[in-house]
Design a binder for this molecule. Sequence first.
Ligand code: SF4
Ligand code: SF4
Length: 355
Amino acid sequence: MSLPPSSLKERLFAEARALGFTRMGVAHAEPLTVEADRLRAWLAAERHGVMTYMANSLAARVDPTLALDAPAGPGLLPSAVSVIVLAMPYARSSERVGPAPGRVARYARGRDYHNATGSRARTLAKWLRRQGHKSRATCDTMPIVERAWAERAGVGFIGKNCCLIVPGLGSHLVLATVLTSAALEPDAPQPERCGSCTLCLDACPTQAFVAPRELDGRRCISYLTIEESRPAPEPLRASIGDWLFGCDACQDVCPFNRTALPADDTTRPFAPDPRWEAHDAADVLRMDAATFATYAAGSPIQRAGRSGMARNAAIVLGNAGEKRHLPVLREAAERDEDEGVREAARWAVERLSAE
Ligand code: SF4
Ligand code: SF4
């Protein structure tokens, strides 16, 4: 026999807490009309750069009940009535991990969140199925605007830095969603609480914010170091600083991230991996495909690939301003198999030689 909606939601949240989720919320599954207009305008301005998948999946992105491909194709969950949003904080205990130069964004310092958080969301979806409800879980694996759903579900609010901020937890969070046919009572959205603060907008090294809550992805270091296959445009390279993969600058300055995280933070799967202590940007630039595969195993940095990370490493070394890196850069400029890496290394050599 199915549980009544109120006790189902209570039991569901208890299950989610037991799985390690710290905040949960529910929204009614319906088309995201306001968000759809914003997303369309953002795409029309080409702020998504090479992330064409954003445009290709727009229809499904703004309506979780729509089919992904053809009308007869598989939907995200055509019978979805509720969207459950789950948040799990990742470790932010240390300012820097690993020898300088070279810094990896905090979310990527532990196990890949697609597995670490996604497997827990899938367990919750299975639990719902055992209660007689259809369900489908995703953690950045389906076209869902997770932050928009998190805001609707009252989990937090979207700050001027475009991140989901959960008062009391901050924004260093991984989000997962479970779509379900269960009719759960929706939670009330939270108001935006940035007020007159502009710390994140001012802190962005590449001036990627066009306006509060509006990011030009093409200027963002996360995009330039992860999504883009070509080296960053020259005028932006110096601003990348020592970011090897991703960037935390607009989150690190946020007052909502001064809150202490739960005591078991470092025991979560996102605890920094020792590999970041062992290798700096020069090591990354030297890695061949096989060495990189071992180095990146189980980590989100796999997304950038060997060439992307080697190119990022060359830019980081160019910015570090240390002539001791000239030999490894010259070697890469002449011999690396990838033109993007060679080009970034040539730029770094010129930069260091001019100093
Ligand atoms: S992640 Fe870094 S580059 Fe991107 S918007 Fe934030 S501060 Fe700017
Ligand atoms: S730094 Fe300030 S403006 Fe930016 S998200 Fe945080 S509170 Fe909002």
